[in-house]
Design a protein around this ligand. Structure first.
Ligand code: PLP
Length: 352
């Protein structure tokens, strides 16, 4: 088979999505399936939809177009605030988008009017992680302003935590989001259909048995793909953590000294490293490097250790004679490596 490649087990991804949909349903929380790590793969989107995911979310309009081109007709949410320059594409392809700036919402309104469409928006609120979001005390004003714009429908509010600063979703910040929803409805006499509480980092809070109140949507990507909660990257019970593998091919396999010789300066990537002497080792070179994977985001199989990486190579220490030239080594990727592999033209994408 072609190497390097990334392989997705659609049965396992479907299972993970189905279990999460099932566990959240009794709390009145629906799942928006996030496809951005797979560049809007129609195969992954299909597996999520068959599992009961009702909305698909992606951070890039390009990926949403990919799914539309594959005839996926479900509701699609643009997760990253649109660029003003892409407003017309956004209203054409996405049903709803997450927003924080009134100037962007105005551009969406103009584009929607022109396209004779309505566009739904979720207003994102800053709850402390300091990435996107309207400051809570400015939210009511923004809702009022957006309400007046033609062809824009305010579908709800949302928040995103644990991405930039690792701020943990908890009873306090989730109650703040619920309170804000109540306040907006009471003050403006409107109904907010969706209160989207966050991402995979919200699962522990949502499933801990606490009152989830107004939160009725979570946007889940990594937990579906990798079966991990994302606060401590622990496996979620009943989910597969091995649905995705990345594989490279051995192009050199030799017994070599463990310690380099000569005068030591910087490496290709500006690092300086002191490597001790452990005698002779069995070293294999893989034709897969930083143009394909994040070397820190790979879990090797037992008996294999990653010693280093350059643009085009991974350097492995292996058990003697275990990985001859022409053989393959498979790894479990973290989220970062999935991004590298999916965006690399050198990695074949396989869905089983
Ligand atoms: C990427 C993203 C998600 C999904 O995050 P996971 O940790 O993969 O579940 C949810 N919401 C927003 C706004 C995102 O950008």
């Amino acid at each position: 088979m072609t190497a390097p490649r990334i392989e997705f087990d659609l049965h396992k991804i479907h299972h993970n999505a189905r279990i999460l949909v099932k566990r959240l349903a009794p709390k009145g929380i629906s799942v928006t399936g996030v496809t951005k790590a797979t560049l809007g793969s129609p195969e992954i989107a299909g597996a999520m939809l068959r599992a009961g995911v009702r909305t698909l979310g992606d951070s890039r309009i390009h990926n949403i177009e990919t799914m539309r081109d594959a005839s996926i007709i479900t509701s699609m949410m643009l997760l990253r605030s649109p660029m003003i320059s892409e407003a017309s594409q956004v209203v054409r392809h996405a049903d709803l988008s997450c927003n924080t700036e009134i100037s962007v919402i105005k551009a969406l309104s103009i584009a929607a009017l022109k396209a004779r469409k309505t566009h739904e928006i979720i207003l994102m609120v800053e709850l402390g992680d300091l990435r996107e979001g309207i400051m809570p005390d400015a939210l009511l004003n923004t809702v009022e302003e957006a309400q007046r714009l033609p062809n824009i429908i305010i579908k709800g509010i949302g928040a995103n935590l644990a991405c930039r600063c690792g701020v943990t979703p908890d009873c306090r910040n989730m109650a703040e989001l619920s309170d804000l929803a109540d306040t907006i409805e009471a003050s403006l006499g409107m109904t907010l259909e969706m209160v989207s509480g966050g991402n995979s980092a919200n699962l522990q809070w949502a499933l801990s048995g606490v009152e989830t109140r107004r939160i009725n949507d979570l946007r889940l990507g990594e937990s579906i793909l990798l079966g991990l909660e994302t606060l401590h990257r622990q496996p979620i019970s009943g989910l597969y953590t091995d649905a995705i593998t990345v594989t490279g091919e051995v192009i050199e396999s030799k017994i070599k000294p463990s310690q380099p010789w000569g005068k030591i300066a910087q490496t290709a990537f500006g690092e300086t490293e002191t490597i001790g002497d452990r005698g002779l080792i069995s070293q294999s070179l893989l034709a897969m490097g930083r143009q394909e994977v994040d070397p820190d985001g790979l879990r090797p199989p037992p008996g294999v250790k990653i010693l280093g990486a350059s643009s085009d190579h991974l350097i492995l220490e292996v058990a003697h004679h275990e990985h001859p030239v022409g053989s393959e080594v498979s790894f479990q990727p973290n989220y970062s490596t999935i991004l590298y592999a999916m965006t690399s033209p050198f990695v074949m994408k396989c869905y089983h």
